[in-house]
Design a protein around this ligand. Sequence first.
Ligand code: FES
Length: 572
Amino acid sequence: MDTSDDAKRGLRQGLANYGDAGFSLFLRKAFIKAMGYSDDALDRPIIGITNTYSGYNACHRNVPDIIEAIKRGVMLSGALPIDFPIVSLHESFSHPTSMYLRNLMAMDAEQMISAQPMDAVVLVGGCDKTVPALLMGAASADVPAILTVTGPMITGSHRGERLGACTDCRRLWASYRAGALSEEEIGAANDKLAPGPGTCMVMGTASTMALVAEAMGMMLPGGAAIPAVHADRMRHAEATGRRAVEIAKEGLRPTQIMTRASMTNAMRVLQAIGGSTNGVVHLAAIAGRLGFDLDLEELDRLGAETPVVVDLKPSGAHYMEDLFKAGGLATVLRAIEPLMDGDCLTVTGQTLAQNLAAEPPAFPQEVVRSIDEPIHQGGGLRLLRGNLAPNGAIIKQAAATPALLQHTGRAVVFSSLEDMADRIDAPDLEVTADSVLVLQNAGPKGAPGMPEAGYIPIPRKLAAAGVKDMVRISDARMSGTAFGSIVLHISPEAADGGPLALVETGDEIRLDVAAGQIALLVAPEELERRRAAWRPPAHVNVERGYAKLYFDEVLQAEDGCDFNFLRKHPRQ
Ligand code: FES
């Protein structure tokens, strides 16, 4: 059997090592023939397809149909599609958090793409952590790769009101906590919030990462916004399968598409769509795999010149199916075209500008505004620095209360998620609407897994009195579907000895979003005194398993919470 170098495509590549390459191929063919393949099929180029279906993952409920459509496209183009399972993560079924497990999925993707014979791979993402994990793994494996997604859910309806996960989950739950919604009504609404397959249909992390990945050039045009149940979703999957065969022949690799320039485009789009703060963490992790740091100052600069033009919840009014009907990402890119680098290569083999020029003409719509009439002047996200966040923090200013963007208040500190759960609703909690709620030890190592706990609930007694928003700060993340005047990703985190660990109830904290600053108004000598008494939480001392790997290697938010040994070294 031919095992020469130039024949190492298709089934012949990456043989298991038995010390005799001819025997390895003979054995491989013997086993794969048990699947019923002919020699003709096995001589074709192989297109791997990541199978992220899981009975726990409703956001990936349509993956079997998508895989069938991808396979159709691959076979129509004369190659052999083979799907293979990898870790699947759903936000609500990933204890302690999906972020804790994202790097496990990325390692799985990288290793299984590298270990198994494939000339190109189709990545099927969807739920929040899956797209970044797949792109991180693909960047490191650097086998020709193309992404598609499961697509957003369509909206639900409850007693005449249009509902979407999970912005409306949070809004309704807040009403229930405030006593404005009965037990019976919150239960009835629970049936309607997630009415079918696909990802959260607001501008949450899944929508954000799908749009950003398309803007980066890793997905065929139009793929991010097609609803999960729409026939176009399957046609897009079929086209993705066809294109996968071509990139296998061309040898077009992820590192040719995901570059510094396309990362800048991704950050630009992140700002223009009012995207999830989680997008910053994930882009930083992908950048790390490519060998460079995400430039947070650049993100801030881009924000200053890029208004939010997409009118989607939680910053705006519409849902992803409305963006799809309005033309999807192409309409967004047209709105900000002068700001984009149109020369970036995409997975079509054409540049971003060429792809956009090939789109059907624009038409009147109400979801994407022009840059002259935006939803929010200045981008969605703002970088904050100061003595409380020397390595940075993020606020989604587009989803904050304007009056709170410049605010000084007295800290009410919760030392952990458990402490917060125990005391936040206590009738004797000394808190007013002007207080600054502070959550410690909820960062990458703290909770662990940097949970989406930054959306600290308004204390029940204030919520009942009609308080809808307060300044809240933490080293945690926040769901992209959430909203409020919330400072996130404070770095270094409290569990790593960051200044956040030193805040005490009663301290004054000043937030000045316009100036990009967050400050703890406590004398340096007092902070030094507190630092001398600080000890790391006991739970970071782990002896075995994935937890040990996690605590030994996880990086802070500005490095995307990737594992140190997985990013590309040296840093550039
Ligand atoms: Fe999967 Fe929201 S829970 S995208």
